[in-house]
Design a binder for this molecule. Structure first.
Ligand code: 0X9
Ligand code: ZN
Length: 832
């Protein structure tokens, strides 16, 4: 079957990606005829195309040999020919060793296999017909020369850049804002005192130095760590035939392995697992794939509550994809072998998309050798491949070769509409947290929006790495907690009791806007959490970041507690619990169709502009449309509450009494010696104060504030409770004041500690004065109620019933006979 391409080179020829993701093949080298690029197999064979270089005449496959003309990239693409599409896969092998170079196994016949090649390297491109009736498929191969820094020209290569991890000290919220405004690569490893930041190169180092923020080195050489980790992974896989994971996997998967394993799960379990391709291909033209798991899985409109687990918004966060696909194996295996999982699967529907951002993930995962950050830090890429808003010279070319390097792209976790445009997102194309040109400007986020808008996703987990966190909305402090806060918190705390992570609202670390669940939750009411898996790195050794974190063994924070496996199971149990969402019951004839519809507008944040001004919020229109297929007689449909949390109101607390009166802090005589290393050097002034409680007073908030004459002098403030725990601090430089705030402080004795960090003129010390002020809690507010429009259409699609439905969380509403005119007039009844 194999034949040699007549031309060794198929030149790059305007492989065009239209806005709609249309892939146009234009092979311009005259020596190559169109027929050379049509591959044929008369039979489909279910096999992993990437797993071996097949004999030339193998059934179900076709091959072409080609020699690389460049030191750089190969991009091999398949596209369906007109007519039947089927499912073809693609792999590129090194002819000499038979080793796989690149692969692609998405669910249709639109494939992109991309990786690094050497000039003169002999390659075999192998296409495999996996399923379906398409006997032929079209192949296109491009080579692209690369030099260091990814510049596709012959200019001299700059020296390799050193990437490092530093800890930036951010004692105050405004320091965090300052840091976030620098556009550096900020990790989620953050607490009250600082944030871990990746410095990719000298330019980043200069940016941070110029900012004046204090920092120290955590990992001086990320390349070395990366190489060490890769070596650890090889060693682990060699000595471990099968891990304790549901799949037994021992190494990080490649994109083509994810794709293949997902469709194999579907093929082997046709009634339990359904493979699907998301609505839109990526910028590079890749299909985004996922699976659904449920009994009678192809009946999408069965009305069960839906749990959605997704991973790898951020390219380098490999464990996020691993945990998601292992969860799929967990459910499939457990359905057969574990009665409690079988019961949960029977009551729910599970959607799993392990790799939301396949363009970015492929670049990061295929970066070889690991730790080579000399082109750009391929392995540390975070964003998508969207070149919008970038200068023209960065807008051309394929993502992996783009001179913009890792800078190119939009942060998919800043591109959702929820509070888009506000704090905690980058405004410029090259920021690591670039929000994109508008809300939902990216196919990757539109894919998730499409699923969440069309299905009743009641529970959602979006997986990231790293820092051991279970985060819930809101991402910005100003938004205030939703009315659901008590149950939302309880659920997050429960999940965190399994993986050992810290459960908190995500604004607690630093502000972010445009994140997944800050859209999905406020628009649909479905509970949504971000998990930040692990504690040390974006993709640590597999044994730690995947096996240990998933199964709950050391060194994971969830060791002995069940790990993410048990956290996911608890989330699924919550999905199955009618008290946690809403339910519509009623009766309708078999073959009719019920639809729930809602359209609404939600404002983004006021939109921050690069010049420092702010434009009015953008009103984003969301349409939620879901379907239920009655089977005749009584039905139950699990749905989200009809009122979206954005308008439902905000959680608060009614004051049970007045707040406490403010007091001055008593400043002891004299000024302590300068001390830049508190608390290891304890020299400081300590001032006690008391927070009283009910029945006398009710404090929702305490502010401890201090000031002094000149911002050339520096005092730092720390607050301890009676157990000696640090509960608040404020330690900025360059100001003449500090303020620390405690919300809902437990009554008791506290100590304010003032550290004399620096006196410009020690002969004339600048002493402080301070106060403690108290405020009442903000009461809960309630907003309007919103309804769904429920319609029933008969077997030929005529609308035969329509009614508004109001339903709150935990409620079951009997909508009666929705498909009859008489039924439409009946009042809905609250069942519980
Ligand atoms: O920044 C993000 O998108 C997430 N962290 S990561 O390191 N995986 O990139 C966290 C988003 C939510 N976090 C906060 N609001 N702090
Ligand atoms: Zn992330």
């Amino acid at each position: 079957m194999g034949s040699r391409l007549r031309s060794a080179v198929i030149a790059r020829s305007g492989v065009a990606l239209g806005a709609a993701g249309l892939v146009v093949f234009g092979l311009t080298v005259p020596a190559a005829t169109a027929a050379d690029n049509v591959l044929r197999a008369d039979q489909a064979v279910t096999r992993a195309c990437y797993s071996s270089l097949l004999p030339r005449n193998a059934r179900g496959a076709d091959q072409r040999e080609i020699t690389s003309t460049v030191d750089g990239l190969i991009q091999a693409r398949l596209a369906p020919q007109s007519g039947a599409e089927g499912d073809w896969d693609l792999a590129v092998f090194d002819k000499a060793t038979g080793g796989v170079v690149a692969g692609s196994s998405a669910f249709r016949s639109r494939e992109l296999a991309e990786s690094f090649v050497k000039k003169g390297q002999q390659l075999v491109v192998q296409a495999c017909r996996y399923a379906g009736s398409a006997r032929t498929v079209t192949l296109g191969v491009d080579f692209l020369a690369l030099t260091k820094q990814g510049t596709p020209t012959g200019t001299a290569a700059p020296a390799a850049e050193r990437a490092e991890m530093v800890r930036v000290e951010t004692p105050e919220r405004k320091d965090k804002q300052h840091l976030l405004g620098l556009g550096l690569d900020v990790t989620e490893k953050a607490d009250a005192t600082g944030v871990d930041v990746v410095l990719a190169n000298d330019a980043d180092r200069k940016t941070l130095r110029d900012s004046g923020l204090k920092f120290n080195t955590v990992d001086p050489d990320l390349s070395r760590t990366s190489r060490d980790n890769a070596a650890k992974d090889v060693a682990y896989a060699q000595k471990t035939p099968a891990s304790a994971l549901p799949s037994g996997r021992t190494t990080y998967r490649h994109l083509y392995e994810y794709e293949y394993e997902l469709k194999e799960l579907a093929r082997k379990n046709p009634n339990l697992v359904r493979a699907f391709t998301a609505a839109e291909p990526t910028i590079e033209g890749r299909d985004v794939v996922g699976i659904e798991i449920a009994t009678d899985v192809n009946n999408l409109a069965d009305g069960k509550a839906i749990d959605f687990v997704m991973g790898v918004h951020h390219a380098r966060e490999w464990p996020a994809g691993e945990h998601a696909i292992e969860w799929a194996y967990e459910l499939v295996n457990g359905y057969r072998a574990d009665p409690s999982i079988r019961s949960l699967v029977g009551k729910t529907r599970n959607i799993i998309v392990p790799i939301v951002n396949p363009d970015g993930f492929s670049i990061s995962r295929e970066a070889e050798p690991k730790g080579d950050f000399s082109r750009f830090d391929y392995e540390m890429k975070r964003k998508t491949c969207e070149p919008a808003d970038s200068p023209p010279q960065f807008r051309t070319g394929v993502c992996m070769a783009n001179p913009g390097g890792a800078q190119r792209g939009t942060d998919p976790n800043r591109n959702y509409a929820g509070f888009w445009g506000g704090n905690g997102a980058g405004l410029n194309w090259n920021s690591e947290t670039f929000r994109g040109s508008q809300p939902f400007s990216e196919p990757e986020t539109r894919n998730i929006r499409d699923i969440v808008s069309k299905r009743q996703v009641t529970n959602l987990i979006t997986l990231h790495t790293f820092s051991g966190l279970v985060l819930r909305p809101p991402g910005v402090a100003d938004v205030r907690p939703p009315l659901d806060e008590p149950t939302f918190k309880a659920l997050g705390d429960k999940l965190a009791s399994r993986n050992g992570y810290t459960s908190e609202p995500s604004w607690g670390l630093y502000d972010t806007t445009g994140t997944t669940e800050d859209w999905s939750y406020w628009a649909t009411g479905g509970y949504g959490f971000t998990f930040e898996i692990g504690t040390v790195a974006f993709h640590p050794p597999y044994q730690d970041g995947v096996v240990a974190e998933y199964t709950g063994v050391a060194p994971a924070l969830g060791a002995g507690k069940g790990g993410n496996r048990q956290a996911f199971l608890d989330m699924l149990a919550n999905t199955a619990d009618p008290a946690a969402h809403s339910t519509l019951i009623g009766s309708a004839p078999r073959g009719y169709q019920l639809k729930l519809h809602k359209t609404f507008q939600t404002p983004t944040s006021p939109v921050l502009q690069p010049d420092g001004t702010t434009k009015p919020p953008i009103y984003v229109t969301d349409t939620l449309d879901s379907t239920f297929a009655p089977t005749g007689g009584r039905f139950a449909w699990s749905v989200n509450p009809s009122t979206r949390p954005y308008v439902a109101g905000r959680y608060g607390r009614d004051p049970q009494g007045p707040h406490q009166a403010g007091v001055d802090l008593v400043n002891p005589p004299g000024v302590p010696a300068e001390n830049t290393s508190y608390p290891s050097n304890p020299v400081a002034e300590s001032m006690p104060f008391t927070v009283k409680g009910l029945p006398e007073v009710d404090n929702g908030r305490v502010d401890v504030s201090v000031q002094w004459a000149s911002s050339n002098d520096d005092w730092d403030l720390f607050i301890f409770n009676s157990a000696g725990q640090l509960v608040g601090q404020s330690a900025s430089g360059g100001t003449n004041s500090e303020r620390a705030t405690l919300f809902d402080p437990p009554p008791g004795n506290y100590t304010a500690v003032m550290v004399d960090f620096d006196q410009a003129d020690p002969a004339h010390p600048d002493d402080w004065a301070g106060r403690v002020d108290f405020a009442s809690p903000l009461p809960t507010t309630y907003g309007p109620k919103e309804a769904y429009t429920l319609t029933c259409s008969d077997r030929i699609g005529r609308t035969v019933g329509m009614t508004d439905v109001f339903v709150d969380r935990g409620q079951t509403i009997d909508v009666g006979e929705v498909c009859s005119t008489r039924g439409n007039k009946q009042p809905h009844r609250l069942v519980n």
